[in-house]
Ligand binder design. Structure first.
Ligand code: DO4
Ligand code: MG
Length: 303
């Protein structure tokens, strides 16, 4: 099943199931968000997908909306898509694809020979790189602005698959994420990584949350396009089978001696390394398309 969150003027935030082109509104009192649906699932002692199936079966099939019509820039006067989950925490995994380790090590080498295998070490070691990335207010949904920090001259899109965690390390679904990162800041010194990763508008998620039986996350094509003045200036792709880590492994490390609130979202690392010359500029659009999930499109704003 594909879940969406959306906004209706006068009604506020809603939650729906996407079937083809049609969104069925399944909002109920106390179930106005995906997080509330997840909580209700555990209260009912049921699996997430069977719980959603029941919501679908019982919903009056009258409150429906066109996905296309809602897939527009957020505007309080119009119905529009929202981020598919308001994550209490977003974590990032790093150097999970070989190309990511290689390109990051090349860039470090240019700056400081001594750190030449920083990323290769992590790529090859059992312990993954996991970093705190965002909270819901720092994230944006489809068609909303991702940003370039005011003190960065080289901010890049990092197209990734993200998974959403329930209780007991359960993985409940997948979405697309853009781990927007200020590469110039993290390259200057590894201790600056949090400032490269965490700022307002640093993470886009969407357009839908797909439950686990719908797709095989290790068998997906991902494509990223950057559009400038309406024209594509960059296109790259990766197959998710190239990822080094399993999501179970990332989730297991994240949970070690840690408190992981329900709805925590983990962005699993990028396999599309965008060359420096395509660093983001105000007015660009980043489009990330993944089989079975859709296209996450966001405009870019300079802070
Ligand atoms: O340590 C650098 C960040 C790694 C990352 O975000 C990625 O591989 O996607
Ligand atoms: Mg990343």
């Amino acid at each position: 099943m594909k879940l969406v969150q959306f906004y209706l003027p006068g009604e506020g935030n809603r939650v729906g199931i996407l079937d083809g082109e049609t969104i069925l509104d399944i909002t109920e009192k106390n179930r106005r968000s995906v997080i509330e649906l997840i909580e209700a699932t555990y209260e009912a002692g049921e699996g997430f997908e069977s719980f959603l199936q029941r919501q679908w079966d019982h919903a009056k099939k009258i409150n429906t909306f066109s996905f296309r019509a809602l897939n527009i820039p957020p505007d309080k006067s119009k119905p529009h898509l929202l981020i598919p989950i308001f994550p209490p925490e977003v974590w990032g995994a790093g150097v999970t694809y070989k190309r990511s380790a290689e390109m990051r090590d090349e860039d470090v080498t240019l700056q400081q020979k001594a750190r030449s295998s920083l990323y290769d070490y992590v790529y090859n070691n059992p312990r993954p790189e996991l970093f705190f990335k965002a909270t819901a207010p720092r994230c944006v949904g489809p068609n909303d602005y991702i940003t370039i920090r005011s003190d960065s001259k080289l901010t890049a899109a990092e197209p990734e698959i993200a998974f959403v965690i329930g209780k007991n390390q359960d993985i409940l679904g997948y979405t697309i994420s853009n781990d927007v990162s200020a590469w110039d800041i993290e390259r200057e010194n590894p201790l600056y990584l949090p400032q490269s990763k965490i700022f307002i508008g640093c993470c886009a998620l969407g357009p839908v949350l797909v439950t686990t039986s719908e797709i095989d996350p290790y068998n997906l094509n991902m494509t990223c396009r950057i559009l400038r003045n309406g024209k594509p200036i960059f296109e790259g792709s990766v197959h998710t089978s190239m990822i080094k880590r399993t999501f179970k492994e990332l989730s297991e490390y994240l949970h070690r001696d840690n408190f992981v609130p329900m709805g925590t979202t983990v962005s699993t690392g990028t396999g599309i390394m965008i060359p420096n010359e395509y660093a983001l500029k105000e007015g660009d659009y980043v489009e990330i398309t993944v089989d079975g999930i859709g296209t996450l499109s966001n405009p870019v704003k300079q802070l």
